[in-house]
Write a protein that binds this ligand. Structure first.
Ligand code: ASP
Length: 301
């Protein structure tokens, strides 16, 4: 099997002046994941590393650069899933760490649980020797300004407005040389969310799904809509019914809109080694690696 990887850096309307940063960020993440796959590494390691790169990049709404909630706090969600065993690790509403996807991996590797939330997740991170950080380390000026703007907009509703330019959740899906698939997603969530709000991203089947029998998917967009149609499982199930990765991505986004009027995007890798993506927002930052190792990135069709 020729390994493949595709990554995303969020959907929505991405401000023109940040397009170059988004392209550079997803390009670097796809390249990093590809290096692992090309050296014979696992899809699981590849998607984790790709997501770490984007969590560390302040361009994206994940790790450093995450959005602030209504109380001015950063609470992050992440998930990682292995298509070989259907095992997963996830965290929700975790504070004070730089890389939620690494914590999801520790839950995956070192516990018999699937999802840890809030203070318990943070304490587990500390017990495992992860570096804890102050919120200031995760906060970028762009998000302080957005928070102040949203405080002046009591009617702001993420579902129906593409302004004011939310930044992106990040995700990656891959298939390795042995034909195993994996998916990972990480986010600071929705701007100006209520404290304690958890979106689709860390929910298995919604923000990510991976099954060697079909394929893997990672989502971005309006979480409350995505979880209602279990978007990533909808995409991988469609592969099981005979669709290609591209057809499955388009089918999932059509379902999102037709069933619940939702907006978002999804990346997909199928068990045959094809990748695809679809979105119904103005933009989605995506990058993928062609079978010959060429990285391609784009933000709109
Ligand atoms: N899906 C994320 C959430 O609802 C946000 C996004 O992808 O823009 O938390």
């Amino acid at each position: 099997m020729i390994p493949r990887i595709i990554v995303h850096g969020g959907a929505w309307k991405i401000a023109e002046e940040t397009h170059a940063d988004h392209i550079a960020g997803v390009h670097a993440a796809a390249e990093a994941g590809w290096q692992i796959l090309a050296a014979g590494g696992s899809a699981l390691d590849a998607v984790e590393q790709a997501v770490v790169m984007m969590e560390d990049d302040p361009t994206f709404d994940a790790g450093v650069g995450s959005v602030l909630n209504r109380a001015g706090e950063i609470e992050m969600d992440a998930i990682l899933m292995d298509g070989r065993t259907l095992k997963l690790g996830a965290v929700a509403a975790v504070r004070g760490i730089t890389n939620p996807i690494r914590l999801a991996r520790l839950i995956f590797d070192d516990t018999d649980h699937s999802l840890l939330v809030g203070e318990g997740a943070r304490r587990f991170a500390e017990a495992k020797g992860m570096r804890l950080c102050a919120q200031a380390e995760l906060t970028v000026p762009r998000e302080i300004e957005r928070f102040r703007r949203l405080q002046q907009m009591p009617d702001y509703h993420l579902a129906y407005e593409f302004a004011p330019d939310p930044q992106g959740t990040v995700g990656a899906v891959a298939i390795d040389a042995e034909g195993h698939v994996a998916a990972a997603t990480s986010t600071g969530g929705a701007a100006y969310k209520l404290p304690g709000r958890v979106g689709d991203s860390p929910l298995v089947g919604s923000g990510a799904y991976a099954d060697d029998l079909t394929g893997a998917a990672s989502a971005t967009g309006h979480g409350e809509s995505i979880m209602r149609v279990v978007l990533c499982k909808t995409a991988t199930d469609a592969i099981g019914r005979g669709m290609s990765a591209q057809q499955a991505a388009e089918f999932a986004i059509r379902t999102l809109f037709e069933r619940v009027g939702g907006y978002g995007g999804v990346i997909v890798a199928d068990r045959h080694g094809q990748v695809g993506f679809a979105y119904n927002t103005p933009h989605m930052a995506v990058a993928w690696v062609e079978p010959d190792g060429t990285v391609r990135a784009r933000i709109k069709d």
